[in-house]
Design a protein around this ligand. Structure first.
Ligand SMILES: [Ca+2]
Ligand SMILES: [Ca+2]
Length: 141
């Protein structure tokens, strides 16, 4: 099983589900392409790659403090920002409880746009581990 999983951008928004918190103004749906295998992926560190085509940096706090990731059932997910670059590409790890197998529609929501939010990162150890492995792989290439 892969340790990290790259998110593909979603287009089909399921808009009739519950908004996480009215203090947040924007959200984007991130869906997972996992139809190639029948196995559910459990507690997966997911690397979310963001740029100005995927997030409106003018609406985020300038270090991404107001980023939140919320599962389909409303659970707020642990995340850690690896790199935040409003002039380019940002990298954020999110711990996803389950990515359904044989599915291209399982998703999480990314919320932003709350100038009053405190930094929401929680930096769980398993995300640090995934980040460490990625940096080693990058160096060895
Ligand atoms: Ca900003
Ligand atoms: Ca899921």
């Amino acid at each position: 099983m892969a340790d990290a999983y790259i998110v593909d951008e979603d287009t089909a928004l399921n808009s009739n589900d519950t908004w996480f918190d009215s203090n947040w103004s924007f959200r984007r749906t991130l869906s997972f392409k996992n139809s190639v295998q029948s196995e559910n992926l459990v507690d997966v560190p997911v690397l979310v790659t963001l740029d100005s085509t995927r997030i409106d940096y003018t609406q985020t706090q300038n270090n991404g403090e107001d980023l939140r990731f919320v599962d389909g059932d409303g659970t707020v997910l642990a995340h850690e920002i690896e790199e935040w670059n409003e002039a380019g590409t940002s990298y954020v790890w999110v711990k996803v409880p389950q990515i359904d197998g044989s599915s291209d529609t399982d998703f999480i929501h990314m919320y932003y746009g709350n100038a009053g939010a405190a930094d929401g990162q929680s930096r769980p150890a398993d995300l640090r581990g995934a980040r460490y492995r990625r940096s080693r792989e990058t160096r060895s290439r």
